[in-house]
Design a protein around this ligand. Structure first.
Ligand code: AHR
Length: 822
């Protein structure tokens, strides 16, 4: 018999579990749960569940922001990106010019030099993967234009379908030598999902154009500079208590020029100072931020969906995981002033400088902002030196604003300990932002994370989290792990006041990060299973949580199984003497004199030199695999030497799937830490680095469900897959309806009959409701073709008394609502 105890809601509850033998499929209950319904309970913050928005994976431009033209003001790094010349029996040329632009923030524009106009000379823009327009719908076209003296023609804006057929147009006339803004409506006569906008001059001469915009007439809530209605609605449906914006690493920027400064993002769209997107990569080198979706739009959207705005502001530090540059302390004041001005922009009277700007944008009433975050994922003394300056300045003027600080990028590493050490020793903090991107197992193991947090210390914002399954798929397994974990957030509602999954959006074909909550392309959008978990919890958030006692079976861990591999992350290295043994027998021994064609390579530049396998590219996530996916209980030993680059070695073991992460990351995170990143087991990262030019001896021992990692003969990290509970639960009361709300998660592969007792409840209603998220396999995901494969089902539950048995389907989240007399 296995026993473990858990502190649930201040009570020490002894949970007695058997290995998963007390399984039944509907008869005798295998688990039990007692909800103490006569307790007053702990209030749950209205902000408990919210959303985290960052412009990653084309979430903003080409995503939530409804603009249909890409590179509308020629400010991309490649100034003509997205544009091509159109010549209809005409003769002319185009160029990007910058003399006398519409303003200094918008420094480039397009010059059309038309020698003979024929049936029109100009340019076309295919938007973001084609422009989608629908029949009989209106679109708002806008352009800044000026003509040199002598140009007497018009500008014609045409909508064309994929075959080049015109499906709508408008005409702009009255061009003058000075810049003017023109706007006109176009009604489309047909639908296309791959259309383009064509802009033609109709006479010889020179015409300058800029800020060429095409907006759907229908946006979320009909806002002019608005949001794509279907994507915004998916967010509104989550009923988020708050929205954090604009990120994420994007707040920090890769370098000083790339820092997110909110003042760049307000005013007329042509006045905003655009920037490169930090998330651009070789696949998306032109990823850009127009800031069309800027701070005003964020605030307005929050108001539209009833979410508290939670802006995160740059604290004078660039992303420490990238170039890690800091503004010197004696130059920090403009950043602090940005924070103060932001509060005035959001909340100040219309006769204040920044309140007047808000009013000029169409919102004289304050947005009533209550929270501000100082930096994202920052760490170390450098952060705290800057944070305290912000804290004091903000509290001096706005004592009621809740200040969110950060504990770094990881949930349990030395940086996190350093931060919490600060908060425990006098550094003031209202709310601490914690991030965890971890395997599903971590979520199952850590549902009690906050049980031991100091009730008198700062509150917690679980600001970014997502279960990363081995292949980083948005599958049911990850969603169920998150659902199990959220029961722990509810139970600790006196500590945890905000939580958000991250990232929020991914545009198919433009993905820098996975998994994500919502997937979309130009015509489809669907929630992942994790989306439905968020929705179920947020829509059923109780007003108070009640104590719960659980008695649940344990699920035995699986042994580590799979092949081996070597690899690097932005580093060149070489590997030799690679040996895999099991019970004294050799399963594999490297011999690179015969080449390396038996290795399965993923990225990188590989060769053999001096008997070693050498990797000489500095790309990320480069790996080579060999062996049998059924190998278990083996020892891998090898030698590795770093040649150059940022980090150390990625030594894979128990590896089954090319996309999977199952490795010992030696000298990861810019050569600062060693991390055991393996599904099923978790271990804290440890400080460590790898020296260039030195041969290291590495040994990884697998025994059943345990792993031990040695460097130069010294045990550095170890982990064991722990048994998982079959049942995770939390409960509360909905003050408005009087219902008892129970969140119950079955993490196992078999249905789990659970006896539920509502202790102290009188007059339990006959019929309750269950909202159930489950599917045939934990690997199931939603997709464009099958957006509803894993979606919640609502069903009735026969209750009628304070004790009843409920069957939790395998791999399921169940939200029960039981009417109980108030
Ligand atoms: O959510 C994606 C990124 O993960 C965020 O930008 C950052 O804060 C974290 O590292």
């Amino acid at each position: 018999m296995m026993k473990f105890s858990s502190q649930i809601f201040g009570l020490s509850v002894c949970m007695v579990g058997l290995l998963y033998v007390r399984v039944c499929s509907g008869g005798e209950p295998a688990a039990s749960m007692v909800v103490l319904t006569d307790q007053p309970g702990i209030p749950v913050a209205k902000t408990m569940h919210g959303i985290f928005f960052e412009d990653i994976n084309y979430a903003a431009d080409g995503g939530l922001y409804a603009e249909l033209v890409q590179n509308r003001s020629f400010e991309h790094r490649n100034r003509l990106y997205g544009w091509r010349t159109v010549s209809r029996n005409a003769d002319g040329e185009i160029e990007v010019a910058s003399a006398d632009p519409i303003n200094a923030n918008n420094a480039h524009y397009l010059r059309l030099k038309i020698r003979s106009a024929g049936q029109g000379f100009g340019v076309a823009n295919g938007g973001f993967d084609g422009i989608v327009v629908r029949a009989n719908k209106q679109y708002r076209f806008g352009v800044h234009a000026r003509a040199n003296a002598g140009y007497s023609g018009e500008l014609i804006a045409l909508l064309e379908d994929e075959s080049g057929k015109e499906i709508g147009q408008c005409k702009i006339s009255g061009l003058k030598p000075d810049w003017q803004r023109f706007e006109a409506k176009i009604t489309s006569s047909a639908t296309t999902t791959n259309g383009r906008l064509v802009l033609l001059a109709t006479a010889a001469g020179t015409v300058d154009v800029d800020m060429v915009s095409l907006m759907p007439g229908e946006t979320f809530k009909g806002r002019r500079n608005g949001l794509r209605a279907d994507l915004a609605q998916l967010l509104a449906d989550l009923k988020p208590g708050f929205m954090r914006f604009p990120g994420g690493c994007i707040v920090e920027g890769a370098d000083f020029q790339n820092m997110y400064r909110w003042k760049d993002t307000i005013g007329e769209i042509w006045e905003r100072k655009q920037n490169l997107n930090l998330w651009r990569n070789p696949e998306s080198p032109e990823y850009h931020q127009t800031y069309g979706l800027g701070f005003f739009e964020y605030f307005q959207f929050c108001e539209d969906i009833g979410a508290e705005p939670v802006p995160i502001i740059n604290c004078g530090m660039c992303c420490q995981a990238r170039r890690g540059r800091y503004v010197p302390l004696d130059q920090l004041q403009p950043f602090v002033q940005d924070a103060l001005d932001l509060i005035e922009f959001a909340n100040g009277p219309t006769n204040s400088i920044w309140g007047a700007k808000r009013a000029a944008m169409g919102h004289p009433d304050p947005f009533n902002m209550k929270f501000i975050g100082i930096g994202n994922e920052q760490w170390g003394q450098e952060y705290f030196d800057r944070y305290i300056v912000f804290y004091r300045a903000i509290k001096a003027k706005h004592p009621d604003i809740k200040i969110i600080t950060t504990s770094g990028p990881h949930p349990d590493d030395p940086l996190w300990h350093f931060a919490w050490g600060k908060f425990r020793s006098g550094t003031p903090a209202d709310i601490v932002d914690e991030h965890y991107y971890r395997p599903p197992q971590w979520f199952f193991e850590n549902d009690n994370r906050y049980d031991a947090y100091d009730r008198t210390g700062p509150k917690v914002f679980a600001g970014e989290y997502a279960a990363h399954d081995t292949n980083r798929r948005n599958n049911l397994r990850a969603a169920i792990a998150e659902a199990a974990y959220i029961t722990g957030l509810w139970r600790n509602a006196d500590v945890v006041v905000m939580a958000a999954y991250a990232p929020l959006f991914a545009k198919i074909g433009h993905v820098q990060w996975r998994p994500n909550l919502i997937w979309f392309d130009n015509t489809h959008a669907y929630g992942s299973p994790s989306y439905h978990v968020q929705a179920i919890y947020a829509q059923n958030r109780p007003d108070v949580v009640l104590p719960v006692q659980l008695d649940a079976p344990l699920l035995p861990p699986q042994p580590f199984t799979g092949r081996i591999g070597v690899g690097t992350w932005r580093t060149q290295a070489e590997f030799k003497d690679i040996i895999v043994t099991k019970n004294g027998q050799t399963l594999f021994k490297s011999d690179f004199s015969k080449g390396f064609s038996d290795w399965e390579l993923h990225g990188g530049t590989w060769s053999v030199a001096d008997g070693a396998l050498r990797q000489t590219s500095e790309a990320e996530n480069v790996r080579a695999f060999i062996g049998d996916t059924n190998w278990t209980d083996y020892t891998l030993s090898l030698k590795a030497r770093k040649i150059s680059g940022n980090e150390g070695f990625l030594i894979s073991f128990a590896h089954k799937h090319p996309d999977a992460v199952s490795w010992w990351n030696i000298g990861g995170w810019n050569n600062t830490q060693h991390g055991l990143e393996v599904p099923g087991a978790t271990a804290p990262f440890v400080p460590g680095r790898v020296e260039t030019g030195r041969w290291y001896e590495i040994r990884i021992e697998l025994k059943d469900a345990t792993v031990k990692c040695y460097l130069d003969g010294k045990l550095v990290q170890e982990a064991a897959c722990k048994p998982t509970r079959a049942l995770y639960a939390a409960a509360g009361r909905d003050a408005r309806t009087g219902e008892i709300v129970i969140a119950a998660v079955n993490s196992g592969s078999r249905p789990l009959a659970t006896e539920i007792k509502l202790a102290g409840a009188k007059n339990v209603g006959q019929i309750g409701t269950a909202i159930v998220l489950s599917s045939a396999s934990p690997d199931d995901e939603n997709s464009v073709e099958h957006p509803d494969k894993v979606v919640p089902r609502k069903q009735t539950v026969n209750v009628g008394k304070a004790q009843f048995t409920y069957l939790l389907p395998a791999w399921s989240l169940n939200m029960l609502r039981i009417p109980v007399e108030k």
